[in-house]
Ligand binder design. Structure first.
Ligand SMILES: Cc1cc2nc3c(=O)[nH]c(=O)nc-3n(C[C@H](O)[C@H](O)[C@H](O)COP(=O)(O)OP(=O)(O)OC[C@H]3O[C@@H](n4cnc5c(N)ncnc54)[C@H](O)[C@@H]3O)c2cc1C
Length: 306
């Protein structure tokens, strides 16, 4: 049985392999493990039988090669990490190959002899169990499967890059800063409780003091355009898992909090004591942000002697 992990960086392959090892343990049979990577540079991956490498700096340039290679391989199972490119490519492949697909799988379990792919639904308030059948394609949520590595070195197979069928007709840069809130250890969330764009400087100062980044709810990025889309947290934005998430003036809509509730500690600040965000928080501060943030900044500066 052939199992393919499609990925773009090392962590995708380690976590994907971990999910497959779990599946193989439940099935009682080993797979032939194939890593299918799009990378410009050499990738050092362990634990796979084969590494099929498409040399490209872009998934889209490699799209035709990727699609036809997977169709040729005809894997029994295909896994990717739940990032936009993987979901997109695996979704297209599932449709073309007549497979079914499950996204955002957070665990794999066995119960009464059946194997289930489990994923959160309804803003992570419930779990859906999809019975595993051969031929499934799925994506796993990042950080949910312990990275798996062993010492075996895969045989490397170069997959030729076919560019026909896909043509770049123009290029337009998206306006964005160099922000990576997905890997920040501290994120200060800005919501509609902030009355103006200028007021966000308070959150920025707080984030700087705590060594973190500023993130935001959808209206701040999408409707008001006060912050770039790379700071947008939510089901249609970025998923974060910081040590500390501090949503300020954010009500706690499922579409927002679902992408942040893997944060280690959530400290919410909201002037409405009934705001839903408090249901997801480890600590809650019922206060007007315009009073609370300046005090917190002052105390932090004293403590940090700045
Ligand atoms: C298909 C779909 C996808 C979506 N995707 C996303 C997504 O990816 N990310 C996302 O964030 N949203 C998303 N949304 C929107 C989401 O449903 C909410 O509308 C949005 O998250 C609300 O943003 P908010 O909390 O900033 O604003 P609000 O809901 O308006 O909340 C503002 C909060 O600020 C508090 N407040 C006001 N003034 C103060 C003050 N002075 N001090 C302290 N607190 C104050 C209020 O009590 C209130 O709780 C999506 C919606 C849909 C339908």
């Amino acid at each position: 049985m052939k199992a393919v992990v499609l990925g773009f960086e090392e962590s995708h392959f380690l976590e994907g392999l971990s999910a497959l090892k779990r599946l193989s343990e439940f099935l009682g049979k080993e797979f032939e493990y194939v890593a299918l990577a799009v990378s410009k540079d050499e990738l050092k991956l362990l634990g796979y039988d084969e590494l099929h490498l498409v040399r490209s700096d872009s998934t889209y340039k490699a799209l035709n090669s990727l699609m036809s290679h997977v169709i040729d391989l005809n894997p029994d199972v295909l896994v990717g990490i739940n990032v936009k490119d993987s979901v997109d490519v695996i979704g297209r492949l599932a449709a073309r190959m007549g497979r079914y697909m499950v996204t955002d799988v957070s665990s794999i379990i066995k119960s009464n002899g059946d194997i289930y792919l489990v994923r959160p639904i309804l803003g992570a308030r419930a779990l859906a169990y999809y019975k595993y059948t051969e031929g499934v394609f799925f994506t796993i949520s990042g950080g949910k499967f312990q990275p798996y590595k062993d010492s075996s070195e895969p045989k490397v197979i170069e997959v030729p890059l076919k560019e026909e069928g896909f043509r770049v007709i123009g290029r337009e840069e998206k306006s964005r800063g160099a922000v990576d809130i997905e890997s920040a250890e501290v994120v200060i969330g800005v919501g509609r409780g902030f009355k103006s764009k200028e007021d966000i400087s308070m959150a920025t100062e707080l984030a700087e003091l705590l060594g973190g980044e500023v993130g935001c709810s959808r209206p701040i990025a999408a409707d008001l355009g006060w912050l770039g889309e790379d700071r947008w947290i939510g089901i249609s934005g970025k998923k974060i898992r910081p040590k500390l998430y501090m949503p300020i003036g954010i009500s706690g809509a499922p579409q927002h909090i679902m992408a942040a509730n893997d944060s280690r500690i959530i400290v919410a600040v909201n002037k409405d004591k009934n705001a839903p965000i408090f249901n997801y928080s480890d600590y809650g501060v019922v206060a007007d942000l315009y009073e609370f943030i300046p005090i917190l900044i002052k105390v932090l500066k004293e403590k940090l002697k700045r």
